[in-house]
Write a new protein. Structure first.
Length: 371
């Protein structure tokens, strides 16, 4: 699975008139040069590389500002094959791959996956109990800040049923799968609206927290709040403001989309309200092959690994991430005829009945360029 990150992109851009924007189109035929720039007529030709190569574009496809530079094809880096260490002894946690019983902390490997300890079994960490259970303490005090206890080595407890939705709690793993402890209450992940007071971003529909409250980004240009596809006029500024208080998070120039007209796009940020807060609630989960931290997380890589989300949902998230990364070219359609060969983004991604065309960047972690 590709690494899925929510990255709030800030592309270096310059004030442009649309006449300065390069027209971008697809080339054909074998060519080691994947980006060819013709400055005399402001034309850029992009040509797909061979199957074992990739275009070393240095981010040009994801930050279309009108300033293109020639780029060549390069050999793809070999992807490491996933492996299982069959030599480990009694360390592999519930839901993780195993070779034999001796690998698993629970002492039980079933069909290549570590089983968890059953209800009432002695335990030291939540992750060794079966899904839907946690290691209830018999000799330590829980914290009161809604986070998991640390340094649990040599502590003892019993695998016990999880609490229920709305129950009073002291840490995330006490709560049902797909829930966490939000201000001492078991709360479903991705369920809280903008301005809701939360203890962790995982409870927000936007998966974004600021000053202890759920937040997100609106996009404005020419004193107007934009909606998808965030079209703007080349030469104007794009302002990215916090939804909670309209404070400016960042700004940049309207970006060219590779088509010769005065329309561009504000496409530098992915955590836009109207998208995240609609998409993430559809990814709420209630099952897991894993337990403990792995079944109470907003880390999508872990959720896929633990089967909390399906392969269809994984493909959807990757597709949406790619569309958002290359937002201006995706919206303009300038390279639609060769985008599949380039491997940049799918032209259509759906999940359910009403998510086609949404812009979203998804996350195992967040790189914040503003605080």
């Amino acid at each position: 699975m590709k690494s899925i990150l929510i990255i709030l992109l800030c592309t270096v851009a310059f004030g442009l008139e649309y006449q300065s924007c390069s027209t971008v189109s697809c080339g054909t035929g074998a060519n080691n040069q994947c980006i060819s720039v013709y400055t005399n007529n402001k034309t850029t030709i992009v040509t797909p590389c061979s199957a074992n190569q990739t275009c070393a574009d240095n981010g040009q496809f994801s930050g279309t500002t009108g300033n293109w530079a020639a780029a060549n094809c390069a050999e793809k880096s070999a992807q490491p094959s996933p492996s299982i260490d069959c030599s480990v002894s009694l360390t592999t946690l519930t839901g993780k791959p195993c070779c034999n019983d001796n690998n698993c902390k629970s002492g039980s490997c079933d069909n290549g996956i570590c089983e968890g300890l059953s209800n009432g079994a002695n335990c030291t960490v939540d992750e060794e109990c079966r899904p839907g259970y946690y290691c209830k303490s018999t000799n330590w005090t829980f914290p009161t800040n809604g986070t998991n206890v640390t340094n649990e080595t040599n502590l003892t407890g019993l695998c016990s049923d999880s609490l229920s939705s709305g129950d009073i709690c002291t840490f995330h793993n006490e709560c049902p799968i797909g829930y966490g402890c939000n201000n001492s209450t078991c709360t479903q992940l991705f369920s809280q609206d903008i301005n809701a007071v939360v203890s962790d971003k995982r409870f927000c529909k936007s998966d974004f927290i600021r000053n202890g409250k759920c937040d997100g980004i609106y996009i404005r240009s020419n004193n107007t709040r934009l909606s998808s596809p965030y079209a703007c006029t080349i030469g104007q500024r794009c302002n990215y403001v916090y939804a909670s208080d309209n404070a400016v998070a960042a700004e940049d120039w309207c970006q060219c989309g590779g088509v010769k007209n005065d329309t561009g796009y504000c496409g530098s940020f992915g955590n836009v309200i109207g998208y995240w807060d609609e998409v993430f609630p559809k990814l709420q989960y209630s099952r897991s092959d894993c337990s403990g931290n792995y079944s109470h997380t907003d880390n999508f890589a872990e959720l896929f690994n633990c089967s909390s989300l399906s392969s269809i949902e994984e493909q959807y998230l990757e597709g949406m991430n790619e569309q958002a990364t290359y937002w201006t070219l995706y919206q303009s359609g300038a390279i639609d005829s060769c985008v599949n060969q380039l491997g940049l983004f799918p032209t259509n991604v759906t999940l359910g009945s009403d998510t086609s065309g949404a812009m979203m960047m998804v996350i195992s972690s967040i790189l914040l360029i503003f605080a």
